[in-house]
Design a protein around this ligand. Structure first.
Ligand SMILES: NC(=O)c1ccc[n+]([C@@H]2O[C@H](COP(=O)([O-])OP(=O)(O)OC[C@H]3O[C@@H](n4cnc5c(N)ncnc54)[C@H](O)[C@@H]3O)[C@@H](O)[C@H]2O)c1
Ligand SMILES: CC(C)[C@H](C(=O)O)[C@@H](O)C(=O)O
Ligand SMILES: [Mg+2]
Length: 352
């Protein structure tokens, strides 16, 4: 398959972890992909003044899938700056129409010791967040008048319907349980979210729906994470809860994501940021980016066996290899990437 993958390394550790993911994609058996690199975020502001240059949008539209590292950093974080790297990422998500952001979470047994939770609470944790990605407070009108600032939070029925349908389909294909997270005791958008979710879920009688308020969900993730299967929620709640959930897996550095719309083309990125505190030292954990590449193989290219091979290779590395510092080890990004490539090659030899 000669798929075209647009690579957007971005800022901070973004280039380090996307290089790892590209190396693994190149190591996938029997596939030749074409990679092109494009600017986004702070480096794009420096080069062009625009965090999402038109040439990047064009390349992403022409590609079969987009692989992104991370954007942002202290250099571009002045609250009075006219333009910010994060605006480029949000504009890209909106432009590509990738409204459903899948963020899976499993806890590898070796990493359970690094989690803030006791091992018995982590047993059997296997859940997927479906975070609405192109609406809510992120995209509402923003105003500043004198000393008053407003971020409008807006959702339409259609925006809720499409992401909830996606979550119901996913729950149906998994263990049949859907938890919808909102703040319906306070927010009007959440009341619309809840009513719409109930109506859509009626089309899925094989899926059991429950509602949780976001504050108690934040607590339940820490007290009984294994009780959940698919969790669907709005943009801002999903951003916060998924970083919390990632900590259960031992590090933000191992969590991948797939952002999907109605077509096959998706945007794939680890959920972590540009990690300015460790950038440029070659010690970033590449596993979140590598697992994002596995999601790319599965969701945009339909290469399920190849995706599973990458995931199995990562599991094998987590079983026994030296890991990066966020997971208590001393390995570099390159060493972990090489270890994944070794396991991929070893699996190929066994299969041959
Ligand atoms: N998708 C994205 O591009 C994205 C996501 C989140 C944050 N950001 C941006 O990144 C910048 C920094 O944000 P932050 O510091 O709050 O969050 P961050 O995710 O960059 O870092 C939080 C902590 O996790 C660690 N960490 C993150 N990824 C790691 C990895 N792969 N390996 C090892 N350790 C890792 C960092 O070293 C840091 O201590 C901000 O400008 C923010 O807007 C971008
Ligand atoms: C960088 C930022 C805009 C982004 C978000 O809030 O969506 C990030 O935190 C994420 O989780 O992908
Ligand atoms: Mg986030």
């Amino acid at each position: 398959m000669n798929a075209h993958i647009a690579v957007l390394p971005g800022d901070g550790i973004g280039p380090e972890v996307t290089a790892a993911a590209v190396a693994v994609l190149r190591g996938v058996a029997g596939q030749a992909f074409a990679f092109t690199e494009h600017a986004i975020g702070g480096c794009a502001i420096d080069a062009t003044g625009d965090p999402l240059p038109a040439a990047t949008v064009e390349a992403c539209r022409a590609a079969d899938a987009v692989l992104l590292g991370a954007v942002g950093g202290p250099k571009w974080s002045d609250p009075n700056a006219p333009v910010r790297p994060e605006q480029g990422l949000l504009a890209l998500r909106a432009t590509l129409g990738v409204y459903a952001n899948l963020r899976p979470l499993r806890v590898h047994p070796r990493l359970a010791a690094l989690s803030p939770l006791k091992a018995e609470h982590l047993h059997g944790v296997d859940l997927v967040f479906v975070r609405e990605l192109t609406g809510g407070a992120y995209f509402g009108r923003k105003t500043r008048e004198g000393d008053v600032a407003v971020d409008e939070c807006r959702y339409s029925v259609a925006e809720v319907e499409r992401v909830v349908r996606r979550a119901c389909e996913l729950a149906r294909a998994r263990r049949g349980r859907l938890t919808s997270v909102d703040k319906a005791n306070v927010l009007e958008t959440s009341r619309l979210w809840r009513a719409t979710t109930e109506r859509i879920a009626r089309d899925y009688p094989d899926v059991t729906l429950e509602h949780q308020l976001v504050d108690s969900m934040a607590m339940l993730l820490l007290t009984r994470p294994s009780a959940y299967d698919v969790i669907v929620t709005e943009n801002l709640f999903g951003d916060i809860l998924t970083d919390e959930a990632a900590a259960l897996a031992g590090s933000l550095g191992v969590s991948p994501s797939a952002s999907l719309g109605d077509g096959r083309r998706g945007l794939y990125e680890p959920i972590h940021g540009s990690a300015p505190d460790i950038a440029g030292r070659g010690v970033a954990n590449p596993i979140g980016a590598i697992l994002s590449a596995a999601l790319l193989l599965r969701h945009s290219l339909g290469l399920d066996a190849e995706a599973a091979a990458v995931e199995a290779a990562v599991d094998a590395v987590l079983d026994e290899a030296e890991l990066t510092a966020d997971l208590g080890g001393h390995a570099t990004t390159q060493q972990v990437t090489d270890a994944v490539l070794d396991r991929l090659a070893a699996r190929r030899k066994v299969a041959a």
